[in-house]
Design a protein around this ligand. Structure first.
Ligand SMILES: [Mn+2]
Length: 331
């Protein structure tokens, strides 16, 4: 990433009295944790605190249950209160403007738009693009920004960054877990945060109904050994009815199903199609070693990383899986 881009971003943010922050819709811990870390740091900037507006473009506007523990949640406001023409806007973990949902319009009208992201599929929609596909998480870039702006790394700032780092490295299990990732984690933990508490909030806590939803979904899993060019495909669905029958669980309760499905030894590619409250199928796709699922998902209107990507399907799950199957076979 060019040093000149960092320098421009630092100059713009240093000079801003108000900074408008946004992350992608249906935020995960990397998007929301990175944004809230920067929101917290900017609003406590020594000597010159900035006015901060932080949001994401979902309507209705709701912070996912499992992310409510993040410091800085009270700094959030709904997209309806977002300025129409921000002087300085900073986006987190969004590969394209449409991933900002309702905040795509303010982003298009912003005088300066700084894009902080690590997706290879990033469309570079900012006036300043801090995009590094080699970064394990947007949180890595947000940590660099904290450092470059000379803002103190307090425990409240570190916790959001750590949550993002844990999530995007699969709890330090993915190949993106470099020595630098562990060095960053060490610096974050040294602020006094409790990594055990972060894991409990993110992964190890769910209402009892989750077990019923998981059972229903796993019971429908299909293995197609001949698919994905013979490397194998495993897939399942999580329907609205599954979530309703499990005690009206929110969509984000279904996020972790992919982590069970993708264990399947006989399949290079794992897919979970999750029906959201509007009947759209939010589809998560993972691969292990050979297939670029970002390319397939981008072709279906989504995006992501080589080993972890997704797309939204308006038709039914059968149409979505057959479209995906064709793209994976073409590899
Ligand atoms: Mn990310």
């Amino acid at each position: 990433m060019p040093e000149a881009d960092w320098a421009r971003a630092v100059k713009v943010l240093d000079g801003a009295d108000q900074v408008c922050l946004a992350c992608h819709i249906r935020p995960d811990a990397d998007a929301l944790g990175s944004m809230l870390a920067i929101a917290t740091a900017l609003s406590n900037r020594p000597g010159r605190p900035a006015g901060v507006i932080a949001s994401f473009g979902d309507e209705p506007f709701a912070v996912p249950d499992i992310l409510r523990f993040l410091p800085g949640v009270p700094l959030l406001s709904p997209p309806s209160r977002y300025p129409a023409r921000p002087a300085v806007m900073l986006t987190f973990d969004s590969a394209s403007a449409d991933r900002l949902g309702l905040l795509a319009e303010p982003a298009a009208a912003a005088a300066e738009l700084i894009v902080l992201d690590h997706h290879a599929s990033n469309t570079r929609f900012g006036t300043i693009n801090l995009v590094d596909p080699s970064a394990a998480a947007t949180a890595v870039l947000a940590a660099a920004l904290v450092d470059r702006l000379g803002m103190p790394l307090t425990a409240d700032v570190a916790l959001g960054l750590y949550a993002g780092l844990v999530t995007d490295t699969g709890s330090f299990k993915f190949s993106s877990t470099t020595p630098a990732v562990h060095e960053l984690a060490a610096g974050l933990i040294a602020t006094g945060i409790d990594p055990g508490a972060v894991s409990r909030h993110l992964y190890d806590t769910a209402p009892f109904g989750y077990l019923n939803m998981l059972a229903a979904s796993l019971g429908r899993a299909v293995l197609e050994p001949a698919a994905a060019g013979g490397l194998g495909l495993v897939w399942t669905t999580v329907t609205r009815a599954d979530r309703e029958q499990a005690g009206n669980l929110p969509l984000d309760a279904a996020e972790s199903v992919i982590d069970v499905i993708r264990r399947t030894a006989e399949a290079e590619v794992a897919v979970v199609l999750k029906e959201d409250d509007e009947g759209v199928w939010q589809t998560s796709v993972r691969s292990k070693a050979h297939i670029d699922v970002a390319a397939a998902c981008t072709a279906l209107g989504g995006g992501g990383h080589v080993r972890a990507a997704g797309f939204s399907a308006l038709g039914g799950p059968d149409a979505a899986i057959s479209a995906l199957r064709q793209l994976l076979d073409a590899k």
